[in-house]
Design a protein around this ligand. Sequence first.
Ligand SMILES: CC(C)(COP(=O)(O)OP(=O)(O)OC[C@H]1O[C@@H](n2cnc3c(N)ncnc32)[C@H](O)[C@@H]1OP(=O)(O)O)[C@@H](O)C(=O)NCCC(=O)NCCS
Ligand SMILES: [Zn+2]
Length: 203
Amino acid sequence: MEKSYFVHESSYIDEPVSIGDGTKIWHFCHIMKDSQIGQNCTLGQNVNIDSGVRLGNNVKIQNNVSVYKKVTIEDDVFCGPSVVFTNVINPRSAIPRTIDEYDSTLVKRGATVGANATIVCGITIGEHAFIGAGTVVTRAVPDYALVYGNPARQHGWMCQCGTRLELIDNFAQCNRCHREYQCHNDRLTASNQGSGLSNMRSS
Ligand SMILES: CC(C)(COP(=O)(O)OP(=O)(O)OC[C@H]1O[C@@H](n2cnc3c(N)ncnc32)[C@H](O)[C@@H]1OP(=O)(O)O)[C@@H](O)C(=O)NCCC(=O)NCCS
Ligand SMILES: [Zn+2]
């Protein structure tokens, strides 16, 4: 039966793996056993998916990214080129760590991780959060937060569509897609949950 996904001939797939329909795996990738890759994902050149890793649907991973054990990536996440994930907080070459000593990292639905960012393990990156290029993330990032710098600091909020939001009296409306948000106790939530595309079409 013809495959419903594409793997470039230069890439290695260590079966068994699960790869969803419409996914494209480009040059020189290595997909390790027992990993799960959702539908309509794109993995650029030189991407390594460690064994047991789960990627959701519609995930885009740019060139030169290794997704290590205990890193989980939900639907619609964008990982820029050369993003670095980690999974051991205090590695020593001479002292092997067991998997129980690895820390988990969760990148939630719709988040963007900018080029060359480093994610120190044991944290959650919130839904639709935005990590600027070159950031070193050392703590949890709230939903919709825009963070950048080393160490990462929050510099505002980002709409689901990737536009910066301006908060006025704890309320924001996106200039681009018109989604509405409210801020309460330093947490942003969407007031209307309609799809961005339909929001944009109706604008
Ligand atoms: C974070 C980001 C979205 C901010 O964009 P923006 O809202 O247009 O911000 P501005 O360019 O107006 O910058 C505002 C300030 O933040 C600084 N800044 C912006 N991005 C930064 C970053 N990633 N790290 C550190 N400082 C940053 C700017 O130098 C500027 O500082 P100043 O006020 O002292 O001059 C953008 O810079 C970024 O990093 N995008 C990710 C790009 C990427 O990795 N793409 C991957 C696919 S190619
Ligand atoms: Zn928007």
